[in-house]
Write a protein that binds this ligand. Structure first.
Ligand code: GLU
Length: 280
């Protein structure tokens, strides 16, 4: 596993920003309009259909690790939970949502990569996941190579789908759906043989009551997915504040608490990444 430093100054900047946030009046000193507090709202992009990460529940509340991270960040920026407007940002829409200003930031299983960094900026990383496979419990898929020729479901605009095409199984029949929930339906109905995406996402579906015993993770560790918080390109002020808040979240134990509360006991998570350290 190789660690790539994105910005050597990131830690110093984050430390400064943390001091500013801790001593300030909760973000009201920001001049970035939408991202300052004072009774205003902040719009946050998350997934709505990914259990354990970003899920809109039937009673209209939101739950998951990304929701907890975003709620903590919003608080540090000066917004109470009631001031957050949640907006669904499916994988393929994330860059556009930030570019158009539809959302202030995104916490939606959003892997940092160079292609995306051309269009948006990332704070973090705040979580390290690995691409894996979800198959039906009675199936025997064990290696990446076994996937060539199989019907493999993933989501348009995800790194998971790209990795399949580029390296994991170029000869797989890749079915690209709009959401992972559609892939889950396809796996249950046998329209597809396997789903590939981050193990964190797959573990969340596998642990859901209605899926218990039906699916299993292959445990393949096919890639490193460094989750970042997406912000509009060039919004360094917001990025630095978020980095400071992420550091604080790890330091005060809230990060660990959120991980434990949202991922099932079977999910083996990586330790909290350091800001600016991308595992390639
Ligand atoms: N983390 C990967 C990505 O950003 C896969 C999960 C997703 O589609 O959100 O593409």
């Amino acid at each position: 596993m190789r660690i790539r430093k994105v910005t050597t100054a990131a830690a110093a900047v984050a430390a400064l920003a943390l001091t500013a946030t801790a001593c300030g009046s909760g973000g009201s000193d920001s001049d970035s309009g939408d991202s300052s507090g004072g009774g205003k709202k902040i719009t946050v992009g998350i997934k709505f259909d990914q259990p354990g990460l970003g899920l809109k529940t039937p009673d209209g509340t939101y739950a998951g690790f990304d929701v907890d991270v975003a709620t903590y960040l919003a608080k540090e920026l000066g917004y109470d939970a009631k001031d957050i407007e949640w907006k669904e940002t499916p994988s393929a829409d994330r860059e556009t949502a930030l570019q158009r200003g539809d959302v202030d930031f995104i916490a939606a299983t959003y892997s940092i990569n160079e292609e995306r960094q051309q269009k948006v900026d990332f704070a973090g990383p705040y979580f390290l996941a690995h691409q894996d496979l979800l198959v039906r419990s009675n199936d025997k898929i064990s290696k990446g190579d076994d996937l060539n020729g199989k019907k493999l479901c993933s989501v348009t605009g995800s790194t998971s789908a790209q990795n399949v095409k580029k390296e994991i199984a170029p000869k797989a029949q890749l079915k690209e759906y709009g959401t992972y929930s559609e892939c889950i339906d396809g796996l249950a109905s046998e329209a597809v043989d396997a789903i590939t995406t981050d193990d964190s996402i797959l573990a969340g579906y596998a642990a859901q009551d209605q899926h218990k015993g039906k699916f299993k993770l292959a445990g393949l560790n096919l890639s490193n997915e460094n989750y970042g918080v997406g912000v509009k390109k060039g919004d360094t002020e917001l990025k630095d504040k978020i980095n400071a808040a992420l550091e604080k979240m790890v330091k005060d134990g809230s990060w660990e608490k959120a991980v434990k509360a949202n991922f099932g006991p079977d999910y083996k998570y990586e330790p909290a990444p350091r800001i600016g350290d991308i595992v390639s």
